[in-house]
Design a protein around this ligand. Structure first.
Ligand code: ATP
Length: 586
């Protein structure tokens, strides 16, 4: 085939120069915005000197001013002169042979960095046939990532940890620990763990680059796989970002992945896409798992060798890129509804934030400077919380409760949209006092009052809302009130976060219980039965974190004695029937 191509190169070039696309190209845009969950790009590398020297023509072209790639095969007819077969592919961004790595970084990869820094999962992976420029591209991009991470442009403090592993067939190796074999395992929560891989803390750019370079060197010189090592193994660089201010939040993750060549050199077997190999699918599960709980952004760089001799493999690479784009459904813009966050533009979202985020109101321009409703919902929880905390006076509980409130509204609205006629919608603002209710005026007033009363029974809010606003909570303690408190050392085991803060539901004054009642430690609450010396202490049930993020359960039988001076604030809790947990509300 190679001789055939070289022999007819001139004719091929003539035919290609007369090629007229049958349909106009999809317009090029630079707005593969930071909001897209998956951006599929194609990079066509330049022709290499030896390919040109051998007389091979170029077979793959970027279509001018578009996101399209044209590819022309040389066809050997049964009779007569060779002809060309042309194919066109559309992706989100095309980078032609003249595009340098910094351009690719700036336009598609860079948005992943603040995303992962803020607590999300960002993944960049490059795939393509052997020799198509994957390693060239990924190693260049890694340098840029290192620069962005260390140039001080990212908001807040993070501890950065790096690990680099190699997957070869079903075996995984640690490229930062002398290629020691490791295991890719799923934990009981379905999260993938790279068991046995070392993580290294890095604090400056040079150290980070040294680790990346050391891993690349080890991969190139692997003793076991001889010549074409890199084309048969996947290299995965994982950067983990730990936010010291939110120790209980999930860490941000950035994966930079150089996949194995989709065609084994030098045999030119038919290309295949190597995503089904189990260690790889496990490691990148978050990208492909629709049930993944983490917010993910993914950038794919399909690397294409433009040489006509390899056009068959390039065709497969580009076909696969098109498929990846289609796999991710692009939601249509829905009509605005005040109870459906997914339909809110930035202005509507900001308005809702200002009115529904509690006291003090969370500054909408900090929480959602540009985002729409769907974009704010997709924001990783740690990033959402840190943005809320930038408003002076906002406590972590208020931020968490507001996050839950937005999500609850979203989930309820999805439920409503799919199962109920619009007029039966629940009033989701039932806890935030009458002023913030945005329920539609078409709703039956009797039904909405009944619904509000029912919802009231499912929350810890004071039935006497007016009194609640005017009097400090210590003066209106009542059974059923939930309080945040600082447990003394004897109750340290009930603390919810970092051993400092705990939550409890007030049951009754400690002086009111009988002489034989004991707390969870087995200590008598009111030894003489006379209430002497108990002052303003209350018997309370502990509130403990549930299995779902932000959820709580009440440990009715784990009782503690809490003094009023140990109480810091009232916390509102709301029962959620669907998950059977309590959530904080604002
Ligand atoms: N954009 C580019 N500009 C200049 N040279 C490039 C470019 N992309 C790739 N190359 C060169 O092409 C050759 C093959 O690139 P590279 O090794 O990155 O391919 P690969 O897809 O990683 O191959 P393998 O799967 O075998 O590891 C290298 O010599 C590289 O320097």
């Amino acid at each position: 085939m190679d001789e055939f191509i070289i022999e007819h190169a001139e004719r091929y070039k003539r035919l290609v120069s007369t090629f007229k696309p049958s349909s106009p190209g999809a317009k090029a845009t630079n707005s593969t915005s930071a909001s897209s969950e998956i951006v599929v790009s194609a990079r066509i590398r330049p022709m290499l000197e030896d390919e040109i020297a051998q007389g091979f023509p170029q077979g793959v072209y970027q279509r001018a001013d578009s996101n399209m790639v044209d590819l022309h095969e040389l066809r050997r007819p049964v009779r007569g002169l060779p002809t060309i077969n042309s194919f066109s592919f559309t992706v989100d961004r095309v980078f032609g042979p003249d595009a340098a790595t910094p351009e690719i970084y700036e336009s598609v990869v860079k948005p992943l960095v603040p995303w992962a820094w803020g607590g999300g999962v960002g993944t960049m992976f490059a795939y393509g046939q052997t020799g198509s420029g994957k390693t060239y591209t990924v190693s260049g991009l890694e340098r840029h990532v290192a620069e962005t991470l260390m140039d001080g442009s990212l908001d807040g403090e993070r501890k950065i940890h790096i690990s680099v592993i190699e997957l070869a067939g079903q075996t995984a190796f640690d490229l930062l620990n002398d290629r020691k074999q490791i295991s890719i395992l799923e934990d009981s929560f379905g999260n993938t763990q790279m068991a046995g891989a070392l993580e290294h803390r890095v604090t400056d750019k040079d150290a980070l680059l040294q680790f990346i370079e050391a891993a690349a060197f080890l991969r190139r010189t692997a003793p076991t796989l001889k010549n074409d090592t890199s084309s048969r193994s996947h290299a995965i660089c994982r950067l983990r970002f730990e936010n010291p201010l939110l120790p209980s939040a999930e860490d941000g993750l950035l994966y930079l992945v150089d996949l194995a060549g989709s065609e084994a050199a030098p045999s030119r077997k038919p290309a295949y896409v190597p995503f089904r190999q189990s260690t790889l699918t496990k490691t990148l599960k978050h990208v492909f798992d629709p049930a993944s709980a983490r917010s993910c952004k993914t950038v794919v760089v399909a690397c294409v060798n433009p040489c006509l001799a390899d056009v068959g493999a390039s065709k497969n690479t580009l076909r696969y890129a098109e498929m990846l784009r289609v796999l991710v459904s692009r939601p249509k813009a829905a009509e605005y509804s005040p109870t459906v966050p997914a339909t809110w533009n930035n202005e509507q979202l900001r308005d809702w934030i200002e009115r529904n985020s509690g006291d003090p109101p969370i500054t909408a321009s900090i929480l959602a400077p540009l985002e729409t409703g769907p974009q704010l919902l997709r924001l990783p929880a740690p990033e959402f919380l840190s943005r809320c905390l930038k408003t002076p006076g906002v406590s972590p509980e208020q931020a968490q409760a507001f996050h839950t409130k937005l999500w609850k509204l979203h989930i309820d609205s999805q439920h409503q949209l799919s199962s109920l006629p619009a007029t039966t919608g629940r009033d989701n603002n039932n806890n935030s006092s009458s002023s913030s209710s945005s329920s539609s005026s078409k709703t039956d007033p009797l039904a909405s009052t009944a619904a509000a009363r029912l919802a009231q029974l499912d929350s810890s809010a004071d039935p006497d809302q007016a009194a609640a606003a005017a009097v400090p909570f210590q003066q209106r303690i009542r059974p059923g009130m939930v309080v945040r408190w600082r447990p003394p050392p004897k109750y340290a085991c009930v603390a919810a976060t970092g051993g400092q803060v705990a939550y409890a539901v007030v049951l009754c004054p400690a002086a009111a219980v009988g002489a034989g009642v004991r707390d969870m430690k087995g200590v008598l609450v009111n030894p003489g039965g006379e209430g002497s010396g108990l002052g303003d202490a209350y018997l309370c049930a502990t509130v403990v974190p549930g299995l779902l993020p932000g959820s709580f359960g009440v440990g009715l039988w784990r009782q503690v004695v809490v003094r009023v001076e140990e109480m810091e604030a009232e916390v509102l809790m709301e029962w959620d029937e669907a998950t059977r947990y309590y959530y904080m509300t604002v």
